[in-house]
Each structure stands twice: as structure tokens, then as C-alpha cells.
Design a protein around this ligand. Sequence first.
Ligand code: ZN
Length: 687
Amino acid sequence: MQSQWKDADAQAAVQQYAARGINEDLALRTYTTRLLGRDPRLVLHGGGNTSVKTTVKDTFGADVPVLCVKGSGWDMAVIEPQGLPAVRMDVLTKLGTLNRLSDEDMVNVQRGALLDSTSPNPSIETLLHAFLPHKFIDHTHANAVLALSDQPNGEELCRKVYGDRVVLVPYVMPGFDLAKKAAAMFATNPKAEGMVLLKHGIFSFGATAREAYERMIRLVTEAEEAIAKIGRKKFAPAELPAKIASAADVAPILRGLVAELVDDNEGLWKRLVFDLRSGPDVMNFVNGADIARYSQQGVPTPDHTIRTKNWPMVVPAPDAGNLDGFRTGAKAALDAYVAGYHAYFARHNGKRGDAKKELDPFPRVILVPGLGAFGLGKSKKDARIAADLMDCTAEVVADAEALGTFNPVTEADLFDVEYWSLEQAKLGKEAEKPFARQVVVVTGGGSGIGAATAKAFAAQGAEVAVLDLNADAAQKVAKEIGSTVLGLGCDVTKPADVRKAFDAVCAAFGGVDIVVSNAGAAFQGRIGDVSDEQLRKSFELNFFSHQTVAQNAIRVMRAQGLGGNLLFNTSKQAVNPGPDFGPYGLPKAALLFLTRQYALDHGAEGIRANAVNADRINTGIFADGMLEARAKARGLTTQQYLREGNLLKREVKAADVAQAFVDLALARKTTGSVTTVDGGNIAAALR
Ligand code: ZN
């Protein structure tokens, strides 16, 4: 591991922040915090923090000694000075005179001692930073140090590598008690460069930002070198089926199993979103013959447990030729996992401190031999975090097993972190958006109504896959919505393309819950003269493609067993033909009937089918210049034409149609219905 410190960058940070009135200490603290945060071998998803002791001016112009310490919610890789809130040192120091302090009181006093009342909460490890004398203190959960200290004889191994240069502190849960203990142990070796909290992480100290940072790099490198001498463990492989099933086939089965039925009558499920990893370290881990032992020891550092739970679920290797057998084996694994979780809760609840509220018993990591590891979460973002932590676990455990035996903190200690009072206090307080945890596929999503619909569902919390004939357009819309959105090229008239797209969505998110079958185009021609070819082409796009998309949706929804939602974009032409629009209206009329057929045939599976019937929307579905020409023929501008054509005299926009799709997806007791979005057109009104 190399130091990334660069004098020029450090100086640039000092100058840049000086212009905003930020002192050199905090500028350099920000700079090296980012250096640490950018290396996943050191810091992953909040697994670390830093501080500097400095002086700032208060409102009255007086100099106030403060600890600037990482605030919760900030990512170290991109931290700004406001992510290192200033806390009054005199208050923090005085807390050291107490013999006990509850977590709630500690958080409260720390908040009260902030110079800026709008700051985030200072780190839970604030007092540890405050009670030590050094100006700069860095803390990480470095993989190599975890591999070294997550051992039955971790203290001995660390001593061998570091000698007396670091203080070794036995595991204590973060908070006031750990801060007191660390300070007391440091007092016995005041020349130490750092401190290893066994089975948790490492601290380094320095008089300058550079010294603390480079000591961290050096200490971690020494642990890496000790491991490299032996080499990462290659686990003896288990025997696997000749052909492993694909992620696209496996994920929907698992996603269905780990969903929790909230309300049968409402068809409400609490689903999870998936993220698959299959890098070499993960494959080494999941394919090992001894996986049942080394995967069930616990997490490399306790703060993973909030994201991954203490243990991943291991399912049988999925044989491509026997998915039913896989489902049966996975169900048995889940039943055992859930029973094990309830038993774990019962073993520890109330043993140290107050009785707790049990969390859901479902896994957050699923290990699939032959395939990889799925991270699970309430969103794609959370699933990625769980998967990142599993990537890290696969490395740490293989290194730990090379050195000796992976042996992290005890189950009771993990329970204390998983059921930490401050985490429990947050339970049930975060309101979720209506489509959180649901995966939506939108065809023709690269522009117009499709793009507006993808955005509307994303705004309501859905995970979104945008499909479009134009892959660039799909990716552009996906990027506009957010980093977890999938954009894919897909010709919906080609069944193999549709299958490939659904496979990609299942592999990316774990399954599909809502499909908006929107892609279409307005073919024209007088019906007595139109060529067969033209009519058949329109039927391919405006009817058969919807059938292909819907059949793929049904296949995935059935594998999940969680119901689902089909939404079709029909048209006013489906009920009220326009002159020369036969080639468009005929397949759309069939599509309207298709909607009702799906509602009828798949209602018993909890799958709803509804349609939106929109008219005169300027979204590019019509041939270039057609709307303009029609408007001109009537002596109107395009906008006037669009407004004059309906009863309300309002222009109907793509976002209005998108909202109708959202409304239908929310209407849990509605199926076989058509919602009209046309500003009012009695001739096209449904009866
Ligand atoms: Zn820590």
C-alpha cells in the first residue's frame, strides 16, 4: 500500500479552503480523510473516521479549542470541511471524568457542544479521539488488520508484526466505555504510533496530517506483508453441478423467497433488491467445500452487521437442469436461516440492557455456490453496499484462514451492535416511498412518454430499467435519473432481444415487479390500400411486441410468486378510429383486448393488467412533421392544435400519461381497466 500524499495537492487544498475561511488544520484533515476514504482496503461505507484538534473562532471572536471529527452520514472519500463538525474540547474532556455515560446522553452532550447547531452528529467514536492527546488521529477498518486480528490469537499475531509501536486494545463495543479503556491503555505506552482495536480496526496518531496518514499506510502495509508471506488461502473446492443456472433464473426464485407478505388482501409484499458479485475472491469463497464453517463465523468488523446481518445465507448450487430442485433446497435453507435468526434473538435479547424489538429475520447476503454472492437491501444502493461488504469479507476471511482461523467477535458482541439502542431508535421512522423495493421495466423509455414514466416511477422510489430501441437514448435517460438505473438497448419486436433484456434486469436487480409496455409507433395508411407489409409491421410493434414483453414479465413474476403489475400504452385509436390510422388502431384495439385477457388469466396469481389510453400528445410517436402539418391545415399552431382538440382545452403532456401509469400501479384493487388521458374526447370515451 503506497502513500498517496502529494505536497502540491495538500497545498492546493489549504489554499482552496483558506478562501472560504477554513484553517490549515481542517483543510489538511479534509485532504487526508479523502485519501483514506478512497481506498476500499482501508475504508468501506462508513467504516472509519478521522479528527483534528484545532482552534476556531466563536460568534464573539474568541478562540475556542475544538475537535473537528467526522460527522455521521458523510462519505470520507468526498468529505468537505462541514463533514468534520467542530465540537468544544472542554466539554468532551470533561466527559472523561465520568464513570459511565449512556449512548443517548453521549450523543446529546456532543450535539450540545457543536459550534454549528446544523452540523451532523459527530461520530460514535468521537470520545476516543477526544481522550487521546494527538493532534491528528486516523481510524480505518483496514482489511489486512482485520485478517490479522480476527484470530483466536489475534493479539499475539499483531504483537509479532507491530511490537510495541501500537497499543493493542481488546474488543469493546464503540462508545464511552471503549474511549475510556483506549485512553487508559494508551497511557501505559505513550510513545505508540497507533492502536489496534482487536477484531474492529486500527488508529494511527500524528502531530501533522501527513504523519498520521502515512503511519496508517505503513502500519497497514506491514499487516499486508505478513499476509503476503503466506498468500491468500485458496479454499478446497466443493463439487458443483456440470452446468450452473444463470443469475437471471436464480435471482427471481431467491427474491420471492426472501420477500415478506405484509398484507395478503392488499397484495402487499416487503421485497428486497439484489446486487450480484462474482469476482475471483467471492468465487473462491462461495465454491469452497468448507463454506458452511467459515461463512458462519460472523462479520470481519462489527459495524458490517447493520448492513449484512451477522451471517450470510448459503443455498445449494443451482443446477441449470433442475431449477425446481434448487427452489426446494433454497426454501429449506431459508427456513433454517429464519429459525436460526429467531433463536439468536431469543438467546441475547435482554441479556445485556433493555429488551429490543426484533428485526426482520431475512438475510442480507446470499451465497450461491457456482454463481456468486447476492447483496440484498431495501434499494439497489443498499444492495450494493451489502455486496461491497461481502467482497471485503471474502478477502478478509481467505487471508485470515491463510494465517490461522477466522475468528471475529462473539455472537453476543454482534448482537449488541445489531441491536444498538441508537439504531433501534431509528426503526420504523423512515417512511418509504410507494414503489420502494420494486423493480420497474419501461419499454420505449428513451424518450417521450416512456422517459417521463421511468422518471415518474423513480420519483416514487422504484428501481428502474429503461429499455429502448436506441441504446444510447436508454442510457441517457437512465443516467439522468440516477446511478442505480439500468439503460438497455432492446428491439421489442425481437423475442430474443426481449428475453435478453429481462435476463439483464433480473441479474441486475433480482427480478421484476412492474412492466410498462410502452414502445410503439403510429403507422398510417388508408385501410383499403395499405400494404400487407405495412399492416403486419404495425402489428409486430403495436401488438405482438407487447405480448412478448408481457410473457417475459409473467415468467419472472411467476418465479418470484409476488404478484405483479402489467401496464400497456394503448391509444385513442383502440376505441375510436381516426381516418387513415387503421394500421395503428387495429393492433392497438387488439392490445386493449390483450390487457383484459391478462387481467382475466393472471388475476389469480396477483398480477394486474391495466392500460392507459392517451391522445394527441406531442412526444415523437407520430411521423416527423405530422402534427405540425395537421395543425397548419387547420390554421393553428401545434400547441393550439393539441389544446383545441379536447374538452378541457389543455395540452396533455407526457408527464400526465406517466402519472396515469403510476396511479394505475397504485390502484391495488383495479385490473382490466383503461384510464383515459386525453383532456376529454367524448367520441373516444370508453363505455
Ligand atoms: Zn471503527
